[in-house]
Write a protein that binds this ligand. Sequence first.
Ligand code: 5GP
Ligand code: MG
Length: 176
Amino acid sequence: MPDADKFAVLIGEEALRRRVIELGSQISKDYQNTPLTLIALLNGSIFFLTDLIRALDIRDLHIECWRISSYCDTYSTGKVTGLEHCRAEVHQRHVLIVDDIYDTGLTLSHVQEHVRTLQPLSIKTCVLLEKKTKHQVLIPVEYVGFTIPDEFVVGYGLDYNGRYRELPDIRIFRSN
Ligand code: 5GP
Ligand code: MG
C-alpha cells in the first residue's frame, strides 16, 4: 500500500476544525431546548462525531453509534449491511443522523428509512463531506461540512480497506 505522505491534502486540520465548530454552533442553535439524539454511522464518522459533539451546546443530548457498511475497496456496493440490528430509543425525541460522506446516497437513504420506522419527532442528516456528482438517490441532507470533487478520500476517520483512518486531515487517495 502507498505511503500516506504521497497523498495530496484536500482539507487541512485547521479548516476541518473551523468548519466543525461552525456546524456545531448551527446545530446547537437549531436544537436549543429540544431533546436530540445523534445517531452516528461508524466507522467513517468517528473523528467527525467526536469533534462535533465537543462543539455542541445542547442540554438534552443522547448519542447512539450504529455500525453499518456498504463499501468495498473504493466503490459503494449499494447494499447496506447491519441495519437490522440498529436500535435507538427516540420516542418524543428529534434525531440527527451523522455520517462521513453523502456519496451515492444509498447508505443514507436506507438509514433514513430505518430511522423513520422508529418514529422520532423529526429526522435531519449531517455529513462532513458531499460528492455532488455521484448521487444516485436524492435525499434531504440539512448540514454539509464541505462539498468535494469526485475523488476517493481518506483520513480523519475515512479509510481505504481499513487503512489511513488515523490521518488528521482529508487526503486524496491514489492507489499508485
Ligand atoms: P454512499 O452510500 O453514499 O455511496 O456511501 C456512503 C459511504 O461510502 C460513506 O459513509 C463512506 O463510508 C463511503 N465512502 C464514500 N465515498 C468515500 C470516499 O471517498 N472515501 C472513503 N474512505 N469512503 C467513502
Ligand atoms: Mg460510512
